[in-house]
Design a protein around this ligand. Structure first.
Ligand code: FPP
Length: 245
């Protein structure tokens, strides 16, 4: 069946929440839920490829996640290594460009090296841009952009009066991608939790109680159908945006 190409988002952002609760319901450790979440990541990638969605941004590890119990952090780091060792080849074959966004310096060398290798290996691909946010926070992204602006001003390459939203946009992670059209948050919470604060300004928000490991093709299709029924106004009136020429 041909996918519906009308009103398909160009960029989807996802806060993958609920792994811990999914594991708890099964009387298993939290890490079990994170491992199960890997399958839903594959589903999300397949969904985007099927609908020719240009970019998918996943919040895999926030700057605040370092405060979790040591045992969980170490399980997550091992999982990242396994994912990098086992999934990159397939993503490469599928034409997926992988990018890690966030402060990567905080990760141990074996993870950093794998992240950079995966980014280099897939950098020419154009089927889908898969952005994995690790040690990322929306405020961090704004701060690092502010530092770049301050440097440019300090060395005389930028006039402060020339700083506007477009100039700033170019300095954030993912500067070359359109802002997300749709944010999906699983796991029942209804907040943004410091994810892509600048880029989500006009994004449609979709919250579902489904826990991340339970997200499957049907659940992603439901999110898409919901999005396709939204009227995006970008500050205009409904009449203005629904007039057809
Ligand atoms: C949030 O659920 C999930 C995470 C902090 C980790 C997400 C990681 C994966 C899905 C693993 C593979 C991903 C990639 C892309 C490498 P939670 O632990 O906050 O769940 P809870 O709210 O039920 O406690």
């Amino acid at each position: 069946m041909q996918p519906d190409v009308v009103n398909v988002p160009q960029h989807i952002a996802i806060i993958m929440d609920g792994n811990g609760r999914w594991a708890k319901r099964r009387h298993r450790p939290r890490a079990f839920g994170h491992r199960a979440g890997r399958k839903a990541v594959r589903e999300a990638v397949a969904f985007c490829l099927r609908h020719s969605i240009q970019a998918l941004s996943l919040f895999a590890f926030s700057s605040e996640n370092w405060h979790r119990p040591e045992e969980e952090i170490s399980a997550l780091m091992n999982l990242f290594i396994r994912v990098l060792d086992r999934e990159v080849a397939e993503l490469d074959q599928q034409g997926v460009r992988i990018r890690f966004i966030g402060d990567l310096d905080a990760f141990a060398r074996p993870i950093r090296t794998r992240m950079h290798t995966a980014m280099r290996r897939t950098q020419a691909h154009q089927q889908l841009c898969l952005n994995i946010a690790v040690n990322y926070g929306g405020r961090w992204d704004i701060v690092q952009a502010a530092r770049k602006v301050a440097k440019l001003v300090a060395c005389g390459q930028l006039d402060p009066t020339a700083i506007d939203a477009d100039r700033l946009t170019g300095l954030f992670c993912l500067a070359n991608l359109p802002d997300p059209d749709l944010l999906i948050r699983t796991g029942g919470e209804r907040r943004i939790s410091n994810f892509m604060l600048w880029q989500l300004a006009y994004t449609e928000l979709y919250f579902t109680d489904t826990l991340w490991p339970d997200m499957n093709e049907q659940a992603f299709e439901e999110a898409l159908t919901d999005f396709q029924h939204r009227v995006r106004r970008f500050g205009k009136t409904t009449a203005q945006v629904t007039v057809r020429g």
